[in-house]
Every structure is written in structure tokens, then in C-alpha cells.
Design a protein around this ligand. Sequence first.
Ligand code: ZN
Length: 240
Amino acid sequence: MRVAVVSDIHSNLPALEAVLAAAGNVDAVWHLGDVVGYGPDPNGVVRRLRDLGAVGVRGNHDAAAVGGSEIDWFNPDARTAMEWTRAALEPDALAWLRDLPERRVEHDVELVHGSHRQPIWEYVTSTATARANLALLEQPIGLHGHTHVPVAWIDTAGDVRGRRVADGDELSLDGLPALINPGSVGQPRDGDPRASYLLLDPAVGRVSWHRVAYDIGAVQAAMREAGLPGSLAARLAAGA
Ligand code: ZN
């Protein structure tokens, strides 16, 4: 089975389209939340995922978009973009976002946005946090996003290590407990502005990370047109 795993698309439809084209024939698309927020096309991204039959989980931006108090924790630019997103979302897209669960299990793989301990908010950025979350896994493989940085945290007989990954990197997990982050489709923050995604074969525990270029200038222009904060447009080109 070949699954494309996407996360943190953030209303960036050209980035999502580039990823889907590059991934080619897949048996399923799984998303790890933050479908909306920051970017200019929340309805387009939701409809594309819905039409693909993609399954996934709720991110902190999705929770805020459907009216949640998560917006109170956003920095000023994120809050401005979220208020714009709330006004822009059409009823069908809103209903789809509202139905996203905080966790789901697909083919013995656990999906969350932030972490398995705190699905909406926790960032897995340290060995201690990774270890605590690996201990909570009921299946060997957990998938999460939220940091916008692709990484693998692997537990080898109690020795937990984080491994930063780049385009083309591939791992066989061999049944070892692992937390896998595909990076961000729509707003990467690891210094590489290209959209990031993961291919996964859940049956054999094989994962590979991939990057794909897209028309960043077109998205920035759409953001300016929409009146979204300039700093959010600028960071797309920096990948930071
Ligand atoms: Zn995000």
C-alpha cells in the first residue's frame, strides 16, 4: 500500500497540487491537520482533500477556524489570518473541518496533529517529549505534524533519537516504535521552501520524505490580494 501523508497545508492549494502531482498514484491520502490558516485558499484546499477522500485529523488552526478558543493563543499575524479564514470559509468547507477528529488510526498507524499526548497543541521538538509520546503509542508508527519540520524520532531498545531528514531520505522502521513528521506542505520551516510530504507503506513500515517546488510567487500574490499579513507571505519564500 502506498499512502501520501501531508500535513500543515495551511490553505496553500498550489503547494498541495504540486505534492499530489509528484506523489502520483497512491492508494490513500492522509492529512495531519492545519488544513487551513495563514494561506489564501481555505475552501479550495478543503474541497480538494474532500474530493480525494483524504482522511485526517484536526489541527490547532482547524479548531480555531471552526470557532474554537484556540485563536486566543495565536500571535497577531496568525490571528489576523484566522479571522480572515473564518470569514472566508464556506458552509461545506466548515462542515468538513468540523468533522475532523483529534486522533485516528488507519492501517495500524496513529495519526495526530501535535502529539499523541496533546493532539492539538504539543510540539514534538525534544528527545524528552518524543520519548513521552512514544510511550503512549499503541501501534508501532505514530504520525504527527505541527512543527512544520520533517523528522523521525525512533526508539531503538529504549534509545530515542531524532533524525532530521531531507528530500529523498528513506527509512525502514523494522517494527521499531517511531514518531514520523512529514514536514509541511504549505509553509515549511526548515529552511527549504519547497512543499514537504511523506510516502508511507504501512504494511512494511517503510517511509520516504520528498520535496517539491511550486509557484510560491502566485501564492504570495493571492495573499496580498486577500489582504493577509505580508510577513506570512514573505516566510513562504524563506521556508522559515
Ligand atoms: Zn501548522
